[in-house]
Design a protein around this ligand. Structure first.
Ligand code: SAH
Length: 331
């Protein structure tokens, strides 16, 4: 699909035509220009040739989780995941980069980094699943930027894609239904505080101090826990919005009661909450035992910290958090 060239092709068309075309793509969800009988034949032919609607992909299914491997024009591949919670709620977990440069030790994506995705390549992921859901008379209702890549290292394209996801001409999904997760890129958090968007912010914290965190996430050597929390404080002060701290439970690394205690002290802030994530095996570590997670959670709750545990989707098809690597081939 070459949807980014569309705007160029249609720029001399009258405004109503551009509207019509966007409706065909994002509302009617057509997959072939030949069915767009409202357009003149010559335009249909030109669009078919220069801006095909086919998305090159392969699907993997596990109960209520659908993973798609998408291949772009240059051969770059990414993965994206659809989670169907129920009839009313379906979340797409989008990727923002091909691979990821951050090399977090627990995450399968960090093995390589190729390039940033364009805003159209980001919304193409939402488009693909919108087409799939249409067959069941359902829609994409929520978006999380928790797929491959670090969204704040591709800041402009990510914000542009959010504006399109928001726009009534595209997906019309409200900002409050969108979440961005960052490994803690401070410049990104600062810029994000100044956006006039009601998008939710999550921080991949995963450790209560620099020693453990730098060991798990090399980015911590650049942006320490203290600097990170300062940026989050500023964000909360400016936006008055809640921030979710994601905390991966890795056996023997960050799951002791001392870690829970340290974490509880860091979380003594207004408008913050903790989301405990069971580690999905990617080779290096082991997940914490259920009982350890239960005790960790109880400790935080006893200290008055709002704590939830993430429900994992799609482990069987390597579609869960941290497992996206796009190793498969399409053909
Ligand atoms: N780079 C961003 C966006 C990726 S989000 C970020 O780091 O936040 C992916 C989420 O899944 C992050 O919270 C990430 O830390 C988490 N994750 C990574 N590897 C995981 C694994 N093996 N098991 C469970 N969660 C993992």
């Amino acid at each position: 699909m070459k949807i980014d060239s569309l705007e160029e092709i249609i720029k001399n068309e009258p405004a109503y035509r551009i509207k019509q075309i966007r409706k065909l793509i994002y509302k009617d969800l057509i997959e072939d220009w030949n069915v767009a009988l409202v357009l003149p034949l010559s335009l249909r032919e030109r669009l078919s040739k220069e801006c095909p609607l086919e998305i090159k992909h392969k699907l993997f299914k596990d109960n209520n989780t659908l993973k798609a491997l998408i291949e772009f024009e240059d051969g770059s591949k990414i993965e994206t995941v659809l989670m169907e919670h129920d009839q009313e709620r379906s979340t797409v977990c989008v990727s923002s980069q091909v691979g990821c440069p951050l090399k977090c030790s627990f995450c399968a994506t960090g093995a390589s980094f190729k390039r940033n995705l364009t805003s159209f390549e980001i919304i193409e992921q939402v488009l693909l699943f919108s087409r799939e859901l249409k067959k069941k008379n359902k829609k994409v209702t929520n978006i999380v930027f928790m797929g491959m890549g670090e969204p704040f290292l591709n800041y402009d394209n990510v914000i542009e894609s959010i504006k399109m996801i928001n726009s009534p001409e595209y997906f019309n999904i409200g900002s409050r239904k969108i979440s961005i997760s960052t490994a803690g890129i401070i410049e990104g958090i600062e810029r994000f505080s100044n956006e006039d968007l009601q998008v939710n912010l999550s921080i991949s914290l995963h450790a209560p101090n620099d020693l453990i965190r730098s060991n798990l996430m090399p980015i911590n050597k650049k942006y320490s826990v203290e600097k990170l929390l300062k940026a989050v404080d500023q964000y909360i002060k400016k936006t008055n919005r809640k921030v979710m701290f994601e905390y991966l439970m890795i056996k023997g690394e960050n799951d002791s009661l001392e870690s829970a205690e340290e974490l509880s002290l860091l979380m003594k802030r207004p408008l913050v909450m903790v989301n405990l994530i069971v580690y999905n095996p990617t080779g290096k570590f082991k997940p914490s035992d259920n009982n350890t997670i239960k005790k960790f959670k109880e400790y935080l709750e006893k200290k008055g910290i709002f704590t939830t545990q993430r429900y994992e989707f799609g482990r069987k098809i390597n579609a869960a958090c941290g497992q996206l690597a796009a190793y498969d081939t399409i053909n």
